[in-house]
Design a protein around this ligand. Structure first.
Ligand code: NOJ
Length: 729
C-alpha cells in the first residue's frame, strides 16, 4: 500500500483555489450539490443525514477530488443526536460534570457511527440575561461553571484519541462575548470592558483550549467595535498566540459575509480577506468560492496565513484518522437510542431537576391510594426535547401523565385536556379548578415550549406564556395541595404566583426520557439535588441579574422587604436616607427570587466546614502550586437518602480593580444516605484567587491581601478569612 502523504506534502501540491476549497464548511447543500462539492475538494460539509450518504460523499472526495482529501462532516450535536439528553442549561443545574461527560460520550458514539466527525458544541457563553433565548445552550451565569462543564463536554466528545470510532471533534463557541447582546436580543451589539472580557467571557474558552478543543467558533458580535469574524486581536493574538490553540477557528453560519452588514467590509471578497487575515480558518456558508472560482483574488492573502489555515484543517483530518479510514460501518450506524443510552438519558435528566419550594412536604407523591390530577399544557405534551435538536432526534417516549400513571399503579392519575401554551380559555380553568377540588393532589405542569428558547428566540417577557399563570391561581383557589412542575429553557419570573404555590420543581427541558425522569422525581424514586445555574429574577426589569456582580460603591442590603411606604409616589422604599441613596429599585425587593446555587431536597442537610491548614499563604507558595483545603462534613439529618452540593466561593476584599462580590471556585455533589455523613474537600489555589488586569501585558495576577472564602450549600455558608502574604523576596 502506498504510504499516506503528510499534511505538508498535500499542501505543497495544492493550487490556490484548492486551498480555499478546503477552508469551507458548506451550509446544508442538497445531495447533487454535495457530490459536486466533494468532487471539487470542499473541506467540510454538513451531515447528509445517513451513514450511507456520508460514505458516498467520502468516497467521492477520496477517489475523485484533486488530492483525495476526506471530508470533515459537521453537525450540531448539542445535547444528543438521536438520544436527547437534558439541555446544557439543565445539565449545569446538576452541578455534576459527569452528566455532561455522559451526554458527550454517548453523543459522540452515536454521531461518529453515522459518519459525523465534528460537532458544534459546547456553547460556553457566560449567560446573564434570560431574555436571550440561547441561555438554554450554555451552562448559565458563572464562568467557572461554564469552564468545567465545557471541559467535561470536550473530553467526552473527543475522548483520548480523536481517531477512535467513538470520538468526534468538539467546537467551543461562540468566541467571544455573544451572550452579552444588549437587551438580550439575539445577534445584537455588545460592549464589554476589558475586565469582563478577560475575567468572565474568556475564562471558559481558555480552559477549553487547555483541554485540547479541536475547534473554536467565532461569534456574531463585535468586541470593542471589531466584529469577531475579523477580530485579529482575539482570534490570532489571544486565542492562537497567547493560549496556543492549534486547532481550527471556524466561522458561524454566514458570519464572514455579515462583515458587510456590520459595515467593516465593502463586499464579499473584502469580507473573506478580512476574516482569513484575522485568523479565521474555515468559513461556514460557502462564500470563499463562486463555483470553482476564488472570490478573493490570488495574491491578496498572505500565503503563509493561507497555508497555516489549510494545514490546521488537514491536521484535524489526520487526527480524526480520516486519511486511514474515511468510512463508517453502515451496518453499525446508530439510527435511534438503545437501552444504554436511554438509561443514561433518564438518570442524567433526573439529576438536573431543581426543587425550589416544598412547603409542608407536598412532594414526593404518596406511593398509593391518592387521586392525582395532572393539569397544564405539559400534562400530556411530549415537547420535552428542548432547543437545538434535529428533526431525526428520537421523540419523547412518554408524557408526564403517562409516566406517572405507570409509576403509581396504586393511585388514580388523571389528566384534563388543557389549553395550549398560548391559548386563553377561562372555561378550561374553571373545569380544572373543579376537578382539583375532587383530587388529593394536583400536579400543574406548565412552562415554555421548546421553540421559545434557542437561537433567534429572545423574549421581552419572562412570564409564563398564555394563561398558565391564571391556571395556577385557579388551582390554588381550589384549596387542594399542588406542586408546579416548570419546564423551561430559561429562568422565568415566577413572582406573580410563587406565594400561592406550595411546591415548585424546575424540570427544564430534559430530553428523550424527560417524562420518566420527572415521574422518578415526583414519586421520590429520585431525590432532587440540582441547584440553579442562573438566577431566577423577581421581575424582567431587574435583568441582567446575576450573583457574581462587581462590588458597587453603594450596595443595598440584600433580603427582607422594603417596608417603608413612599407616600409621594406610592412605592415601597427603605426607611431612612442612609438606605435611600443605595443601588436598588424603589418598587422591587432586592435580589433575585431564587439565586444562583439554590436548590432544596426531600431530605435535610447540615454542613460543617473547616480549613485543613492555617489561613495564611505566601504568594510564592501559591504560585508554586500550594492549594488550601477546605473540608466539609455533610450530614443528612432527614429520613431520605439524598444529594447535596457543597459550593466554595472566593471574594477578593481589596484589589487594584473592583472585583465580583463573590465567585464560585469549586463545588462537589455528594450522595449521603439518610442519617449518615460524608466528608468533602475543596481546594483553593493560585488560579482561584487572581484576575486579569486591564493591562494586557501584566497577565493574570494574584494581589497579596485579604480574601473571604465561603463554603456552603447555597442556603447557608461558613466564612473564612484567608491572607495572602507578599512574596518573601
Ligand atoms: C448558527 C449558530 O449560531 C451556531 O451555534 C451553529 O453551530 C451554527 N448555526 C451551525 O448550525
Amino acid at each position: 500500500m502506498k504510504p499516506l502523504s503528510t499534511p505538508e506534502q498535500i499542501l505543497a501540491a495544492m493550487t490556490y483555489a484548492e486551498k480555499l476549497a478546503q477552508l469551507q464548511i458548506v451550509w446544508r447543500p442538497d445531495s447533487t450539490e454535495a457530490g459536486a462539492l466533494a468532487r471539487n475538494g470542499a473541506g467540510a460539509l454538513f451531515w447528509p443525514a445517513t451513514a450511507k450518504a456520508t460514505n458516498a460523499l467520502q468516497r467521492t472526495a477520496v477517489e475523485e477530488s484533486p488530492h483525495g482529501i476526506p471530508l470533515l462532516i459537521g453537525l450540531d450535536v448539542v445535547h444528543g443526536q438521536f438520544t436527547i439528553f437534558p439541555t446544557p442549561l439543565a445539565q449545569a443545574a446538576s452541578f455534576d460534570t459527569e452528566v455532561a461527560a455522559a451526554d458527550a460520550r454517548l453523543s459522540a458514539r452515536e454521531a461518529r457511527s453515522t459518519g459525523v466527525n465534528w460537532t458544534f458544541s459546547p456553547m460556553i457563553d457566560v449567560s446573564r440575561d434570560p431574555r436571550w433565548g440561547r441561555v438554554v445552550e450554555g451552562f448559565g451565569e458563572d464562568p467557572y461553571l461554564n469552564a468545567v462543564f465545557g471541559e467535561a463536554k470536550i473530553r467526552g466528545y473527543q475522548g483520548d484519541d480523536l481517531s477512535s470510532s467513538t470520538s468526534i471533534a468538539a467546537c467551543a463557541k461562540h468566541f467571544v462575548g455573544y451572550s452579552a447582546a444588549e437587551g438580550g436580543r439575539d445577534y445584537n451589539s455588545t460592549d464589554i470592558s476589558v475586565q469582563r472580557l478577560r475575567n468572565i467571557y474568556l475564562e471558559p474558552f481558555k480552559v477549553a483550549v487547555t483541554a485540547g478543543v479541536a475547534s473554536v467558533m467565532a461569534s456574531f458580535n463585535a468586541v470593542s467595535g471589531v466584529p469577531m469574524h475579523a477580530n485579529r486581536e482575539m482570534l490570532t493574538d489571544v486565542l492562537k498566540n497567547e493560549w496556543g490553540h492549534n486547532g481550527i477557528v471556524v466561522a458561524d453560519a454566514g458570519g464572514v459575509g455579515e462583515l458587510v452588514e456590520h459595515g467593516v467590509a465593502a463586499n464579499a471578497s473584502d469580507a473573506g480577506r478580512l476574516a482569513l487575515s484575522a485568523g479565521l480558518d474555515v468559513e461556514m456558508g460557502g462564500s470563499l468560492l463562486s463555483g470553482n472560482e476564488p472570490i478573493i483574488r490570488e495574491g491578496v492573502l498572505d500565503p503563509a496565513r493561507l497555508d497555516d489555515a489549510v494545514l490546521r484543517v488537514l491536521r484535524l483530518k489526520q487526527a480524526l484518522g480520516l486519511f486511514e479510514n474515511p468510512y463508517v460501518d453502515e451496518s453499525a450506524a446508530a439510527t435511534g437510542p438503545d437501552e444504554a443510552s436511554l438509561s443514561a438519558a433518564r438518570a442524567t435528566a433526573a439529576r438536573c431537576t431543581v426543587l425550589l419550594k416544598n412547603h409542608a412536604a407536598v412532594l414526593p407523591l404518596k406511593p398509593r391510594g391518592q387521586r392525582v390530577l395532572v393539569v397544564g399544557p405539559y400534562a400530556e405534551s411530549k415537547d420535552h426535547l428542548g432547543a437545538w435538536v434535529q428533526y431525526f432526534a428520537s421523540p419523547t417516549t412518554t408524557s408526564i401523565v403517562e409516566s406517572l400513571t405507570a409509576a403509581l399503579p396504586g393511585s388514580v392519575v388523571t389528566a384534563l385536556p388543557s389549553a395550549t401554551f398560548f391559548d386563553s380559555d377561562p372555561g378550561l380553568q374553571a373545569e380544572a379548578a373543579a376537578a382539583a377540588a375532587e383530587a388529593d393532589l394536583v400536579i400543574v405542569a406548565v412552562g415554555e415550549p421548546s421553540t421559545l428558547s434557542g437561537e433567534a428566540s429572545s423574549r421581552s417577557s419572562l412570564n409564563l406564556p398564555g394563561d398558565q399563570e391564571e391556571l395556577i391561581r385557579a388551582i390554588a383557589g381550589s384549596g387542594t395541595p399542588f406542586a408546579v412542575v416548570l419546564l423551561t429553557g430559561r429562568p422565568l419570573v415566577v413572582s406573580e404566583w410563587i406565594d400561592q404555590c406550595p411546591a415548585l420543581l424546575v424540570a427544564w427541558h430534559l430530553g428523550t426520557e424527560a417524562g420518566k425522569a420527572i415521574s422518578d422525581v415526583l414519586t421520590g424514586t429520585v431525590n432532587p439535588g440540582g441547584k440553579l445555574p442562573m438566577s431566577f429574577p423577581r421581575s424582567v426589569g431587574q435583568v441582567p441579574i446575576y450573583y457574581n456582580h462587581e462590588s458597587t460603591g453603594r450596595p443595598a442590603r440584600t433580603g427582607g422587604s422594603l417596608a417603608h411606604q413612599r407616600p409621594d409616589v406610592g412605592l415601597t422604599g427603605p426607611t431612612n436616607t442612609d438606605d435611600y441613596f443605595k443601588s436598588k429599585y424603589l418598587d422591587l425587593e432586592l435580589g433575585p427570587q431564587f439565586g444562583f446555587g439554590y436548590g432544596l431536597s426531600y431530605t435535610s442537610f447540615e454542613l460543617e466546614s473547616s480549613p485543613d491548614q492555617a489561613l495564611s499563604v505566601a504568594l510564592d507558595g501559591l504560585r508554586a502550586g500550594t492549594r488550601l483545603c477546605f473540608t466539609t462534613i455533610v450530614r443528612n439529618t432527614g429520613t431520605r437518602d439524598g444529594d447535596e452540593v457543597v459550593q466554595l466561593y472566593v471574594s477578593d476584599l481589596l484589589a487594584s480593580v473592583t472585583r465580583p462580590v463573590r465567585q464560585l471556585r469549586g463545588f462537589h455533589r455528594v450522595f449521603v444516605p439518610a442519617g449518615e455523613e460524608r466528608r468533602v474537600t475543596l481546594t483553593v489555589g493560585f488560579d482561584d484567587l487572581g484576575f486579569w488586569t486591564n493591562d494586557a501585558h501584566a497577565g493574570y495576577i494574584v494581589e497579596p491581601g485579604e480574601f473571604r472564602i465561603r463554603v456552603g450549600d447555597g442556603l447557608s455558608f461558613q466564612e473564612f478569612r484567608l491572607t495572602v502574604t507578599p512574596p518573601s523576596s
